[in-house]
Ligand binder design. Structure first.
Ligand SMILES: [Zn+2]
Length: 493
């Protein structure tokens, strides 16, 4: 038995309830406070007055994508062409220059061609739905385009042609991601990775191997393009081992706001178009039907308000098996008429609080008319719709403290305004997004509360999130990260 003592322990069952000690055995909480006999403890962890929460989880991210992001050139800090060129100039030692995180500042292939003739330049857009290439790169991939700016399927086509990482490189990327997440106090994540790299089997085995040395509660979505590989693998859906689960089938209904491909009820301001159904409506519905035919659940990317309404209708037409829940990923814009279609339905929503802080007010410059609800998290909770907190990393930094802060304060990082204060969550609700509710789709073990019988996954902070001021969320507050009773991170003093 191990005892964690001298802590302020937030069980997340009631807002004001705190404990001071817990005892664990074989990765499970066995006693709390008075019921602990210290004489029986083989090891003692002194929490030194710090705050212990159920382990924080990111409900939607891309673990390998995040590892790749941590390992490659990132240009997301470049807000002018000059700044971007200056950074690229420092990385011209390879014939193929791949940069991530490009914020669309209007660079075309002509800008790139003027400066870079010897290298292939490839800028991956920060929304992951577009690429900008110079002529040399376009030629290499045998793609012709006037601007060099490729979106959605055309961009994916080029990404598919990029030389793959070796298995060892993927393992290193995953370890890098997990170590950074430990440092953020994260004990688990629901990730979409199985299609984008070395195929279902090899990517799966990378997870299986790395998780043996790097414990992390990993729930992997299965991209619709790998359903056949999954069936062929004869693996079963759900729990593979205490650290690995296979979950819903990831599919994309629409695109993104910044690419103006999110499907909106009202057209975008400078054009008459409403966005798009990226897979095509028939293909999407057939994919959903195929998903059901294998008894699987769906994990659907949808951003636009019209897109969300369409998805609700399709899920109603093709519901999951009794007792199973689908997940909707994103859903930041909502029409009034769609709300009842989300209530009492077998689904959960993965929301990204940092999107509000990053995307507003720029999104308003794209709309001809504001959507009826914007990032309506309080509305979702008030209607008992389960929402889970996430970062979509590498799109956003996966630091959960930032997500919790954004869910409470709803302040834009661009103009520092607070948007729709009435949709703010309480601190308790916001912490739950990343602890209790983040497990809405988890399968293995009991997670998300400090209770007897629940797993020993803990996040220890030097900050009382329940009462913290807005500015206090910045900085590193993680003292310890514990997964399955193993301390995977301790802050160095
Ligand atoms: Zn994503």
């Amino acid at each position: 038995m191990r005892c964690y003592i001298n802590g302020i322990i937030h069980p997340m069952t009631e807002e004001s309830l705190v404990y001071h000690s817990i005892a664990t055995n074989q990765g499970v909480i066995v006693h709390i406070d008075d019921h602990i006999d210290l004489k029986q403890c083989e090891s003692i962890v002194d929490l030194k007055g710090n705050h212990l929460y159920p382990g924080f989880v990111d409900a939607h991210l891309h673990l390998l994508g995040y590892g790749e992001h941590l390992s490659t050139l990132n240009v997301s800090s470049c807000h002018t062409k000059e700044a971007l060129f200056e950074l690229l100039d420092q990385h011209l030692n390879k014939p193929f220059v791949f940069a991530q995180g490009y914020i669309d500042i209007g660079i075309t292939k002509h800008d790139l061609d003027k400066r870079y003739k010897d290298q292939m330049i490839l800028l991956r857009h920060n929304d992951f739905h577009g690429l900008t290439l110079n002529q040399k790169a376009l030629d290499h991939f045998n793609v012709s385009d006037e601007t060099g700016i490729l979106k959605e399927l055309k961009a994916q086509h080029v990404l598919d042609l990029i030389p793959k990482h070796s298995k060892e490189e993927l393992s290193e990327m995953l370890k890098k991601a997990l170590e950074k997440l430990y440092h953020y106090g994260i004990t688990g994540g629901h990730s979409d990775d199985l299609f984008y790299y070395n195929g279902f089997d090899e990517t799966y085995s990378v997870f299986e191997d790395v998780l043996k040395t790097h414990p992390f509660r990993t729930h992997l979505l299965m991209h619709h393009e790998v359903i056949d590989d999954f069936i062929k693998s004869k693996k079963s859906w759900g729990v593979q081992n205490p650290y690995l689960e296979l979950g819903g089938v990831k599919m994309f209904y629409d695109g993104t706001m910044s690419s103006q491909t999110a499907l909106m009820k009202d057209p975008y301001l400078k054009s008459s178009h409403h966005g798009e159904v990226v897979m095509g409506k028939d293909f999407f519905e057939n994919t959903l039907i195929k998903t059901r035919s294998h008894g699987l659940t769906a994990a659907i990317h949808v951003i636009g308000d019209q897109g969300l309404d369409d998805v609700c209708e399709l899920l109603l037409k093709h519901p999951p098996r009794q007792g199973f829940k689908d997940r909707i990923i994103h859903a930041p814009w909502l029409m009034k008429k769609t709300l009842p279609k989300l209530i009492d339905k077998p689904l959960t929503i993965d929301i990204q609080p940092p999107f509000l802080a990053s995307d507003l007010p720029r999104a308003y410059t794209l709309f001809s008319k504001k959507p009826e609800y914007e990032f309506p998290w309080k509305t979702y909770l008030d209607h008992q719709i389960i929402i889970s907190g996430s970062s979509d990393a590498p799109v956003e930094d996966p630091n959960p403290l930032i997500g919790i802060k954004d869910a409470i304060f709803r302040r834009s990082r661009e103009d520092m305004h607070v948007y729709q204060k009435e949709e703010s969550l309480s601190s308790f609700e916001a912490i739950k997004l990343y602890s209790t509710y983040a497990h809405a789709q988890s399968i293995y073990g009991k997670k998300g509360y400090i209770k007897e019988g629940y797993v020993a996954d803990f996040t220890v902070l030097d900050l009382d999130l329940m009462h913290a001021h807005e500015h206090a969320f910045n900085g590193n507050h993680v003292v310890m990260t514990i997964i399955d009773d193993v301390i995977v991170y301790t802050r160095k003093l």
